[in-house]
Write a new protein. Structure first.
Ligand code: NAG
Ligand code: NAG
Ligand code: NAG
Ligand code: NAG
Length: 480
C-alpha cells in the first residue's frame, strides 16, 4: 500500500525534476558602474538599498571578489574570461574617439551562451569598442541591445561631449528627455523578460546600468531619501544608488511574477571601486577608482538564486576575480570555456562554499603606466605607482565640491615595490616589503612569470574621423 503510493509520487517528482532541469538556467548579470565598496546596504547602514540587500542576504555575498580598477578592463573580463593584459585593453579605458575594441578572435560570453541555445540581451553601457560595427554588441553575441557605446553620458539627454549616444540594436534611438536612465533600462529589461517564455527559452540578460557613474543626476524623490546628508554630491550619489536599487527590485518582481525564479541565477557586481570625487565611498578600503588599491579593485558583489545554490544566506570570502564569471556562468549553463582562458570555474566555491581553486590573481599589468599588482595567497605586491588617489577617503560631511587629495594620498614616487598582507591588513596600512624580503622576492618572480604572456596595450590616439558631426550628431561606428 505504502509502496504503491510512493512510486507514482516518485515518478511525478522525477518527471517534474527532469522538466525543470531540461532547460539551462536563466542568467541575469547586473553591473553597477563606479559603485563604491561602502555604498551598499550590506556594508553601510547609511545606504537605502532594500532590494539589493534582500537579494544579497538571501543569496551569497561575495566578500573577496575582485574587479579591474576601471570600466573597460572589467567589462572585458566579464565578456571574455581573459585578463585585459591578454586582450590589449589593460591601459585606461576606450575613449569616445579612440578606436579600441575586444579583438574579434576572443569568443564572448553571449556568443558561448548562444551556442547553448540562450536568448541573449543587453541593456545598458557597452564601453568595449564601437569604431566598426563588428565590435558592437549585436555583432558580439547579443540578440538585442539597448543602451550606449561610451563610458558616460547625461542620464536624461544621452548626450556625451558633442554627440548623442543611445541605440536600440543598430539604430540611433531618441527617447523622451524626461526619462531617467535607471527607469529606461529597467523598463527595457522588463519588456525583454515579458517577451520570453521561461519554460521554452533560456534567457541571458546582461544589465550593465549607467548608475551610478558621474554625472551626478537623479530625480528629486531619490535624493530626498537622504535629506539627512549635508554634502550635496553625496546626497545625489546616494539617491542614484537607491534609484538603481528600485530598478533591480522592479526587475526581480517581474522575474518572479513571470515564473523565472525557480530556474535563475542572478549576479550583481560593481565594475570597479567608487570615485570619491563624485560622492562615492570605499571605506574602510584604501584608494579610489582607477587605482590598484583594494578600494579600486574589490567589488561589492553577490549571487542570488532560489534553487541553484546548495548553500546560501552566507558571506563567501574565497578569492575570485571578474575573469572567473565567464567559466562559472558557462558551467551553470551546461557548457565549458575554450581552453586557455584566465578565468576559473567558481561554481563549487560559490554554491557550496568549497575552497577556491584560485590562489593567485593579477590586479592589472599596465605596460604604459608601468604599474602592476599581483596577489599570491594572503599577500599583495604593488609595482610602481598604484594610481593618483592613494588615501582613505572619509564620508564627505561638508558642502564641498571636489575634495582635494589629502596628504595621506600622496605617494613617494621613488617607491618601486610595496607588499601587503591582505588577510591581516585588508585596508593596506602596513607596507611589509622590508620586513619580508623573501615574500617580496617570491611575488616579484610570480609577477615576472605572468608578464611573459603580456600582449602590449593597444592604446591608439584619438581619431578625428570619430567626430559626431559626420554622423548626424551621434557617436557612430564606421571610422576604423
Ligand atoms: C570582508 O571584506 C572586508 C574589506 O576587505 C574585510 O574588512 C572583512 O574582514 C571581510 N570579511 C570577512 C568575513 O572576511
Ligand atoms: C587572438 O589573437 C592574438 C593576436 O594574434 C593572440 O595573441 C591571442 O592569443 C588570440 N587569442 C585567442 C583567444 O584566440
Ligand atoms: C519601479 O516601478 C514603479 C511602479 O511601477 C515605478 O513607479 C518606478 O518608477 C519604477 N522604478 C524604476 C527605477 O524603474
Ligand atoms: C538626425 O538627428 C536628429 C536629432 O538631432 C533627428 O531628429 C533626426 O531624425 C536624425 N536624422 C536621421 C536621418 O537620422
Amino acid at each position: 500500500m505504502r509502496r504503491e503510493m510512493f512510486l507514482p509520487t516518485l515518478l511525478v517528482t522525477a518527471v517534474l525534476l527532469s522538466l525543470s532541469s531540461a532547460r539551462p538556467p536563466h542568467i541575469v548579470l547586473i553591473v553597477a558602474d563606479d559603485l563604491g565598496w561602502n555604498d551598499v546596504g550590506w556594508h553601510n547602514p547609511q545606504m537605502y538599498t532594500p532590494n539589493l540587500d534582500k537579494l544579497a542576504r538571501n543569496g551569497v555575498i561575495l566578500n573577496s571578489s575582485y574587479v579591474q580598477p576601471i570600466c573597460t578592463p572589467t567589462r572585458n573580463c566579464l565578456m571574455t574570461g581573459f585578463y585585459p593584459y591578454h586582450t590589449g585593453l589593460q591601459h585606461f579605458v576606450i575613449l569616445d574617439d579612440t578606436p579600441g575594441y575586444i579583438p574579434t578572435n576572443f569568443t564572448t560570453l553571449p556568443e558561448k551562451l548562444k551556442q547553448l541555445g540562450y536568448s541573449t540581451h543587453m541593456v545598458g553601457k557597452w564601453h568595449l569598442g564601437y569604431c566598426n560595427w563588428k565590435y558592437t554588441p549585436t555583432y558580439r553575441g547579443f540578440d538585442s541591445f539597448m543602451g550606449y557605446y561610451n563610458g558616460r553620458e547625461d542620464y536624461y539627454t544621452h548626450e556625451e561631449g558633442t554627440g548623442y549616444d543611445f541605440r536600440l540594436n543598430k539604430d540611433v534611438h531618441y527617447l523622451p528627455q524626461a526619462d531617467y536612465s535607471a527607469h529606461t533600462f529597467a523598463r527595457r529589461a522588463i519588456d525583454i523578460i515579458i517577451s520570453v517564455d521561461p519554460q521554452k527559452e533560456s534567457l541571458f540578460l546582461y544589465l550593465p546600468f549607467q548608475s551610478v557613474h558621474e554625472p551626478l543626476q537623479v530625480p528629486e524623490k531619490y535624493e530626498k531619501i537622504y535629506s539627512n546628508i549635508q554634502n550635496k554630491e553625496r546626497r545625489i550619489y546616494c539617491g542614484m544608488v537607491s534609484a538603481l536599487d528600485e530598478a533591480v527590485g522592479n526587475i526581480t518582481n517581474v522575474l518572479r511574477e513571470r515564473g523565472f525564479m525557480d530556474n535563475l541565477l542572478l549576479v550583481f557586481t560593481s565594475d570597479n571601486g567608487g570615485n570619491f570625487q563624485y560622492g562615492a565611498n570605499n571605506l574602510p578600503l584604501r584608494g579610489n577608482k582607477n587605482t590598484l588599491w583594494e578600494g579600486g579593485t574589490k567589488g561589492a558583489a553577490f549571487v542570488y538564486s532560489e534553487t541553484l545554490l546548495k548553500k546560501k544566506n552566507y558571506e563567501n570570502t574565497e578569492m575570485m576575480h571578474a575573469v572567473d564569471l565567464f567559466p562559472t556562468l558557462l558551467h551553470v549553463a551546461g557548457g565549458s570555456p575554450d581552453p586557455g582562458i584566465d578565468g576559473m570555474d567558481m561554481w563549487p566555491t560559490i554554491s557550496e562554499n568549497k575552497a577556491s581553486p584560485r590562489t593567485e590573481f593579477i590586479y592589472n599589468i599596465d605596460d604604459i603606466d608601468k604599474n602592476a599588482a599581483i596577489r599570491v595567497g594572503d599577500y599583495k605586491l604593488i609595482e610602481g605607482i598604484p594610481g593618483q588617489n592613494n588615501g582613505w577617503y572619509p564620508l564627505p560631511t561638508r558642502e564641498v565640491h571636489f575634495q582635494e587629495e589629502d596628504s595621506v594620498g600622496r605617494l613617494n614616487v621613488d617607491i618601486q615595490y610595496q607588499l601587503f598582507d591582505i588577510k591581516h591588513d585588508p585596508t593596506e596600512h602596513f607596507d611589509i616589503s622590508e620586513k619580508y624580503p623573501d615574500v617580496l622576492e617570491k611575488l616579484k618572480q610570480r609577477l615576472a612569470e605572468y608578464k611573459k604572456s603580456l600582449v602590449p596595450a593597444f592604446s591608439p590616439p584619438p581619431d578625428p574621423k570619430a567626430n559626431p558631426k559626420y554622423y548626424n550628431g551621434t557617436w557612430s561606428p564606421g571610422w576604423c
